[in-house]
Design a protein around this ligand. Sequence first.
Ligand code: PPS
Length: 574
Amino acid sequence: MTLDRYIQIDIDDIFVGKEGVRVKVEDVQAMLTTQQYLQSVMEGFRFNLGFSGHFYLHGSPEEDAGDKKLIEYKHHFWWFGHMFAHEQAHKLDLKQLEATMQANKKFAQDYSIPVDQQYAVAPHHSGVYPVHEELYTAWRDVWDVKVTSTEEYPSLYPFWRRRGFIHRGIMVLPRQTCGLFTHTVFASDFRSGLPDLEDNFKGGELFLTIVDTPFNIFMTHMNNYGNDRLALYSFEGVVKFLKCWTNLRLLSVPPLKLGINYFNMFPEEKDPIWQNPCDYKRHIAIWSANKSCERLPKFLVVGPQKTGTTALYSFLSMHPAITSNINSPTTFEEVQFFNGNNYYKGLDWYMEFFPQPSNSSFTYLFEKSATYFDNENVPQRVFSLIPKAKIICILIDPAKRAYSWYQHMRAHNDPTALNYSFNTVLTADEQMPRQVRELRNRCLEPGMYYQHLMRWLDYFPARQLFIIDGEQLRNDPIHVMHKLQQFIHIQPYFDYSQHLRYDPHKGFFCQVLNDSRNKCLGRGKGRVYDPMDEASASYLRHFYRKQNINLSKLLNKLNTPVPTWLQDMLRDED
Ligand SMILES: Nc1ncnc2c1ncn2[C@@H]1O[C@H](COP(=O)(O)OS(=O)(=O)O)[C@@H](OP(=O)(O)O)[C@H]1O
């Protein structure tokens, strides 16, 4: 691990404290003295002051002189907006947020405070994580914020697991506590007193935090700098202790540079992993009161593509207790949140696709996105957000699936599928054009069922996974829907034998509308095309051999019936 240790010290709640515990002129002088010492160790170091202009000059005459001193020395510090009246962001809508930020901005302009670090912190961290999208919008529009910090991602404890992420261009950095809070005003307020405060920096928690953490953003409050000046004592103390007992290099850079350096060191953290805000008490408390975690699916149909997922989706939607997502204008019935770029749009975006259930124990929300099954990131993302969700996938002969995808692309006038035969696509080597290789991969990869299932099982217990034989879904959907209802323990039981019947014209089961009419899936499902050529069939048999053997072993282990198509395939091999 690097010996570099970046340190940023935020002082939140500038001007906010109650009369009697605010900073005075001498405290501000002491801040500068300590800052000079810290600069001698960390070139360029400045305290980072988060102000709420509404409370300026709200103390005793001595404290008001302290406020004025801070303004007089404004060019010695970095400054950031902390909401005009110290409002919690998650309680405000966009208009209110912009209004309070504008008021704070006007205050900064009136007193010529240099707020130019593109950094901000929300009071109580609220709205940063779990994300209140309106806060991110207002920060961008009013302050052009590019970097912030929170202790809450993924959760407060354990502190060493805190990470960063980037959302909508704003770098969210992990923030550390130093043991000081708004109420730690005198040494006697710190745990059991002065000896504990000293232990904290002489080898205790504060010292160890810096030893363990390459990027430290400490939260302190204005009150910690007045009164017993605990923050000055602690930080001067810890820096001296680190200089004496370690060979760490202590560094300070402006917040924006800190963010850039952070993600250069931890690029894998850039992508957020959204969690359910209702799984953590602290997170619910700083999440919008207007939002509800009930707008999340109880089960997912994850694909893969071309296995009958649309048929299953339409059958499920017929059930009186099951409600699907609202259609997307771009991807129709599939939301495709957990894979691709939609994930970066955040949780609010996803929840908008689900109605607020009137009775959440009666309503089963679900979504099907056939692209989830084989995407590397999806199982982890789903587990993180909805760990109790049931996962449903459909398997057909992977060779048939590959061919169906190729035919799907031809039907969509994909020039590659139109210009190259199925066999040429399957056998395309690295000399072939990129588009042909990409089509080959989309034909072949989702069918590597064993490999993809194992990834789901890395996160989800087997009891949450339901594997449907796609041939059975096609030929006997009534039985499949019966089993599926048992699996998700849904009430009331819906008797599909009254609502599905075989349509000889379509060649598939369809929804019964009345005695003489059925509602079938459109022309894009159940296409008519030439049978697969023998060379491709043989290539695919060989290609999927190992995967299929492993799949049958896995299904046996999971006590899941091995589909007839797989049994036949393995018997032919013998
Ligand atoms: N009841 C019913 N009606 C119509 N089609 C049915 C049905 N049951 C299964 N199938 C098979 O579903 C195949 C399409 O699969 P998907 O819906 O998963 O395709 S997609 O990924 O959403 O494009 C589709 O593939 P093709 O035959 O290649 O068109 C069908 O074989």
